[in-house]
Design a protein around this ligand. Structure first.
Ligand code: PMP
Length: 389
């Protein structure tokens, strides 16, 4: 019996770029002391106060089917938050609650493209992007960026591949690069998508992790609200990765169609998780800052460890929980470097090549272990690079 091309084609090249991660996990399972700086998972757990709200909601009866578009209080809370942050008029009718940002990436692309269509992504990209698009029968096409331009996409590079495409997916603050798109970059993006009739899908799941400058949502630029679908999530902002609660913000008619999709796929998000999310938002910025603070600190630690040496160049991390390191001076690829670092020093980082071609010769370090171990691991990494250069 043959499976569909869409499901067998998810891993186009037979590898999903997660080899180092899985190798590290196998070592950990075998009892080896590996420092894992691979995936975007906080080293703190969901706050006690949110867990208490979750428990109250569940015991109060919110364990049945929740209404598919999302409970009104959460749709309202997301709309108010987005309006306050962007100035764009946003109501509950503009919001669909989804099981995490990942399913929102799937749903938004299903909404704006048909099988066989080209869908643009920016290279380097979050590792699931191409597979998500291929699972929908879409043809992922990369917009190139380069480290010398802080991995910001240029309008001309978008336009070079925009012909015949249906959509462009952008992500700021960015995983894996830690860059935050400037107003000029976003204006270039807006100009390109307007000229080429593209939908814009804006992945903003790291919007509370901003270390330098400010997060600007492209939905707020002139003429962009109708053609932009924004993806958000509780995962990163509130250390709720396992709760699977995210959202899509878009024009009301788009949300209507997305509700039809949700009715026939996910059938909503657990009510007790949604009520806990409403509680989390009601706690305001203080709770978000508590979750973001360790990354802000470690980003400063990374800066001081990397100062005063020339082998490893850090792409300045302006946001998100990652720092991207340029290790080209070692003469190794990101993949070789990551594998050797794991074998010789039991430190696991992600090869830049896991995120496309434009971050080749780089490794992505997730700032997800306690400060002391993080500093020690980075010092070891730098010393290791020094022996190769
Ligand atoms: N977008 C980006 C850029 C991410 O890094 C992640 C998670 N690592 C997601 C979306 C999905 O997050 P979630 O499904 O947990 O909301």
């Amino acid at each position: 019996m043959e499976l569909s091309r869409r499901i067998t084609g998810i891993l186009a090249e037979g590898s999903d770029g997660w080899d180092v991660f899985y190798r590290a996990r196998a070592m950990v399972a075998a009892g080896e002391p590996v420092i894992e700086l691979t995936i975007g998972e906080h080293d703190i757990r969901t706050d006690e106060t949110i867990l208490a709200a979750m428990g109250r909601a569940a015991r109060g009866g919110a364990t049945g089917y929740a209404i598919v578009p999302g409970i009104p209080a959460l749709r309202r809370a997301v709309a108010e938050r987005v309006e306050a942050r962007t100035g764009v008029k946003t109501g509950p009718e503009n919001v669909l609650i989804t099981p995490g940002g990942q399913s929102a990436l799937f749903a938004t692309h299903l909404a704006v493209g048909d099988p066989g269509d080209r869908a643009l992504i920016v290279d380097p990209y979050y590792a699931t992007y191409p597979g998500t698009l291929r699972s929908l029968g879409l043809d992922p096409v990369s917009v190139k960026t380069d480290p010398e331009n802080d991995f910001q996409p240029r309008r001309a590079d978008i336009e070079a591949v925009a012909g015949g495409a249906r959509s462009l997916l952008v992500n700021t603050p960015n995983n894996p690069t830690g860059s935050i798109y400037t107003r000029a970059t976003l204006e270039g993006i807006a100009g390109a998508v307007q000229d080429h009739g593209l939908w814009l899908i804006s992945d903003e799941v790291y919007d509370t992790q901003v270390w330098e400058g400010a997060h600007l949502s492209p939905r707020a630029l002139p003429g962009m609200a109708e053609r932009t679908l924004v993806i958000g999530s509780m995962s990163k902002s509130h250390a709720m990765t396992g709760s699977r609660c995210g959202w899509i913000v878009a024009d009301a008619p788009v949300i209507e169609h997305l509700i039809n999709l949700a009715t026939n796929t996910t059938y909503g998000v657990p009510g007790y998780i949604q009520e806990a999310s409403v509680f989390a938002f009601s706690e305001g910025a203080a709770l978000e800052e508590k979750v973001a603070a360790p990354f802000r600190r470690r980003r400063d630690i990374a800066r001081s460890v990397l100062a005063g040496q020339n082998t490893v160049r850090a792409v300045p991390s302006k946001g998100a929980m990652y720092v991207m390191l340029d290790i080209r001076a070692t003469g190794l690829s990101g993949e070789e470097f990551a594998n050797r670092l794991l074998d010789t020093h039991r430190i696991a980082v992600m090869p830049g090549e896991s995120f496309g071609t434009c971050a080749a010769g780089h490794v992505r370090v997730a700032m997800t272990v306690d400060d002391d171990r993080f500093a020690a691991a980075l010092k070891t990494l730098v010393a290791f690079a020094g022996t190769l250069a």
